[in-house]
Design a binder for this molecule. Structure first.
Ligand SMILES: Cc1cc2nc3c(=O)[nH]c(=O)nc-3n(C[C@H](O)[C@H](O)[C@H](O)COP(=O)(O)OP(=O)(O)OC[C@H]3O[C@@H](n4cnc5c(N)ncnc54)[C@H](O)[C@@H]3O)c2cc1C
Length: 279
């Protein structure tokens, strides 16, 4: 029988994690499915459980002059309602799961779960989010790309908690989010896309693309993005085939119960093209 611990405060949670490895539970919306049991029986957990729902210190959203800091236990629904949540992240969250689920689910759970189809991850990669990990030993601040290293794989240590997610303020002239799922709501993505661009005097100053569910992690490639910066909008549109050819080898999806790799690849390329042609 596993122990179930509800720490009274954040410091206590870190101390407990320092003593033994626990299964950390934020909203539980991924874990309760992954650990489900036959009908009528409680989920099957191997480790003792550490619940974070009580930690008010982690339910804060702080706006600073050039960034927003999102406490790891802020629910997705609270982020949807918050005036300082970046517009792209709001758009993404609005299409995640359902309102009931969003009231418990968190960004940190989406990060900890590290699914290639995790929707908020596409926005967090695009927005250069930084994940703040804390243990009794100290704090690590890592770009989201360095936290998620494979399907269901992160570099979060057994004694660490995600404390907060930091998103720098950014200026874009156009942002685009497209999620393809089996239905309009409560669907896991078959393919997802986020793009952002900043154009001044018809010249591309910043160009970003992030794709979900078409590789082992979210795809974002800064080398390709750099080749686009400095181009005029018309040059990019005229050379859209060249841009697509650069992305094409990176898109390596799998067949699964939701979709197949050929469909996913073609849709991903269509999404990039659509974004470029609409700049
Ligand atoms: C019906 C349904 C629909 C869904 N729809 C979507 C969807 O549209 N898009 C989507 O991306 N996902 C979807 N999901 C998946 C899930 O809701 C999300 O991944 C959600 O963000 C998980 O958050 P959580 O707080 O519930 O995570 P939990 O299940 O509590 O945790 C997930 C993982 O993160 C770790 N973790 C959580 N918080 C921390 C922390 N502070 N520090 C260290 N590790 C931590 C946990 O240990 C665990 O490994 C859906 C799930 C269901 C059941």
């Amino acid at each position: 029988m596993v122990k179930q611990i509800i720490p009274a405060n954040y410091r206590e949670a870190l101390s407990l994690l320092n003593e033994e490895p626990y299964q950390i539970i934020a909203g539980g919306s991924d874990l309760m499915i992954q650990k489900r049991n036959i009908a009528g029986l409680p989920p099957k957990f191997e480790k003792n459980l550490l619940y974070l729902f009580n930690l008010k210190e982690l339910k804060v959203v702080i706006k600073e002059p050039s960034q927003i800091r999102i406490g790891s236990m802020t629910s997705l629904e609270d982020l949807l309602d918050h005036p300082n949540t970046p517009p792209l992240l709001k758009q993404v969250i609005a299409e995640m799961a359902s309102p009931a689920l969003r009231n418990v689910a968190t960004l940190s759970g989406n990060i900890g779960n590290a699914s290639p189809a995790g929707d908020s991850l596409v926005a967090l990669f695009l927005l250069d989010a930084v994940v703040v990990l804390e243990s009794i030993g100290g704090i690590r601040r890592l770009p989201i790309e360095e936290v998620i290293v494979g399907p269901r794989k992160t570099v979060i240590r057994a004694n660490e908690l995600i404390r907060e997610i930091i998103i720098p303020d950014q200026d874009f002239t156009k942002v685009q989010w497209v999620k393809v799922g089996g239905r309009k709501a409560d669907a896991i993505s078959k393919v997802s896309f986020a793009g952002a661009v900043n154009v001044k005097n018809q010249t591309i100053q910043d160009f970003r693309v992030a794709l979900g569910a078409v590789y082992q992690t979210v795809i974002r490639n800064r080398t390709i993005e750099t080749t686009v910066k400095g181009q005029t909008v018309s040059a990019l549109k005229n050379g859209v085939k060249t841009a697509l050819a650069k992305f094409e080898p990176l898109i390596r999806p799998i067949d699964d119960q939701r979709s197949n790799k050929d469909y996913r690849k073609q849709v991903a390329l269509n999404m990039i093209k659509d974004f470029i042609m609409k700049i």
